[in-house]
Design a protein around this ligand. Structure first.
Ligand code: NAD
Length: 477
């Protein structure tokens, strides 16, 4: 501990930082204590109109800026993020709760996204079609227009950087509404872009009541695309709003990742990998491994080994050097996780580790539930917290059926040394990302996105940048 909260909380509209000035505000809470540490000003309807007008004007400037010059700004922003890493990571931990080491990694990964998109911006090629008549057609790709982006509180820097880097690399201007829980660190990220020389109005940062802000922005004819990361119900709601204006959408929604553990895996190595992954960011990760289906012959050894390791996960304030897991990020989470655990226990699950909330702040113990039946709520609703659930499976077919039984399809994982099993799983599992003997399924160069209720559209990789582009065919006789 010992580092204090030091952030100037402001909106960034048309190139200028706007502080309180009579605006409504929300309290920013340190989730480790539940104490208010600052107030963030909220955008009014007039602020949003100004942001939209600024993004509209700036779009014509930014889309005409050569890709190399756009890349230069993104690369400078990446360098500034790295220079300011310690201060930004500290804000992230104080606002969101994750251990400082995880916050530092998030800053580094965000910088990498800017660097990658800076390079990719120079490769947005078109193609030429040549007709026997001599007519030619040029197929060009152009930025879709000003975009509205809505990002959540679990990876407030990385998920904002992911959308910003691709949109800016593609030549779009942006009105961004990051989560109101973490305004200091997201403001610091936008400052890096501004200090890197981003032209006035290309990025607007607005905090505010989510429903008011999203309705206002999405209804505006200025906005040509909506990109959202968050829960399935909010995703559906925003898609309905976007439908009126036929706006393109990218929806990165919830998951409920299955992990299939086969009896030919290296069990100790697998356990050493899965337990820290489960409790990373206190399980508040859309690809968090959650439903552990383990082959019958190794099931008991797996849950015993998982429970023993879980007892060793130290929880505490994210700034305390010994903390391996921080609190949950907001007051909504502990109660909803507690209800899921109690429901599972009432339906026959064994609580093998944890199961209780902490005394202060928004802590919840690292938890393992074994023998969880399919009708337990937690087997059907994403816990989005530090809870692993386990159940046995018999055959490969049984494992695949269990993995695919929910309407979600974001990430899925499997542990096996069998090449045939790995290949079959890669084909059969309904998910946007499948990790075999790894949890590393998110990277700047790889497409990331879901199927089924987990949404559609990719972020990351060339697919992520494509989602901010439209195609135009110009035919010339
Ligand atoms: P929520 O559904 O209230 O909100 C989810 C996110 O959407 C938040 O960031 C919130 O600020 C934003 N939001 C809510 N209403 C909005 C609106 N009308 N317009 C624009 N944005 C809006 O849920 P919550 O309590 O914040 O989080 C709980 C659930 O959200 C989790 O169980 C998880 O499924 C999901 N979630 C998913 C991700 C992800 O990375 N896919 C991240 C955070 C939360």
């Amino acid at each position: 501990m010992g580092k204090s909260y030091d952030a100037e909380l402001a909106l960034f509209i048309n190139g200028s930082w706007r502080v309180g000035e009579g605006r409504d505000s929300f309290a920013v809470i340190d989730p480790a204590s539940g104490d208010a540490i600052a107030q963030v000003p909220l955008a009014s309807a007039a602020d949003l109109d100004e942001a939209l007008a600024g993004a509209d004007r700036a779009f014509s400037v930014w889309q005409a800026t050569p890709a190399e010059a756009r890349g230069t700004v993104l690369r400078k922003a990446a360098a500034l993020l790295r220079d300011r890493s310690e201060a930004i990571a500290t804000l992230l931990t104080l606002e969101q709760g994750k251990p400082l080491a995880e916050a530092r990694s998030e800053v580094a990964a965000s910088a990498q996204l800017f660097d990658w998109c800076a390079e990719e911006a120079t490769r947005l090629y078109g193609r030429t079609l040549v007709r026997p008549t001599g007519q030619r057609a040029m197929v060009n790709r152009q930025p879709v227009g000003p975009v509205a982006i809505f990002t959540p509180w679990n990876f407030p820097l990385y998920l904002l950087a992911k959308k910003l880097a691709a949109a800016l690399g593609a030549g779009c201007s942006v009105v961004a509404k990051p989560p109101e829980e973490t305004p200091g660190c997201t403001g610091a990220l936008v400052r890096c872009l501004a200090d890197a020389g981003l032209p006035q109005g290309v990025v607007q940062l607005v905090h505010g009541a989510p429903d008011m802000v999203s309705r206002h922005l999405i209804a505006s004819p200025v906005i040509r695309k909506v990109s959202f990361t968050g829960s399935v119900p909010v995703g559906r709601h925003l898609m309905r709003l976007a439908a009126d204006g036929l706006k393109r959408v990218t929806m990165e929604l919830g998951g409920h990742a299955p992990v299939l553990v086969f009896d030919d895996c290296d069990l100790e190595k697998t356990l050493d990998l899965v337990v820290p992954q489960k409790f990373r960011n206190a399980g508040q990760v859309c690809v968090s491994p959650t439903r552990f289906y383990v082959q019958e012959s190794i099931y008991q050894r797996f849950v015993d080994g998982f429970a023993a390791r879980t007892h060793g996960v130290t929880t505490g304030h994210g700034l305390d050097a010994g903390s391996k897991m921080g609190p949950l990020s907001n007051a909504r989470r502990p109660g909803s996780i507690e209800a899921l655990v109690e429901d599972a226990a009432a339906k026959g699950a064994r609580v093998m580790a944890g199961g209780k909330r902490g005394n202060a702040g928004y802590f919840f113990q690292p938890t393992l539930l074994a023998d969880v039946p399919d009708n337990a709520d937690i087997m059907n609703n994403e816990p989005f917290g530090p809870v692993a659930v386990a159940a046995p499976f018999s055959t490969l077919e049984d494992a695949v059926a269990k993995a695919n039984r929910l309407p979600f399809g974001l990430a899925a994982f499997a542990f096996t040394e069998g090449l045939r099993t790995a290949n079959l799983l890669g084909d059969a599992i309904e998910a946007g990302m499948v990790g075999i003997n790894t949890f590393a399924v998110s990277a700047a160069d790889a497409p990331f996105g879901g199927v089924k209720d987990s949404g559609f559209g990719s972020e990351g990789g060339i697919e992520g940048m494509d989602s901010y582009l439209v195609t135009k065919a110009i035919h010339m006789a």
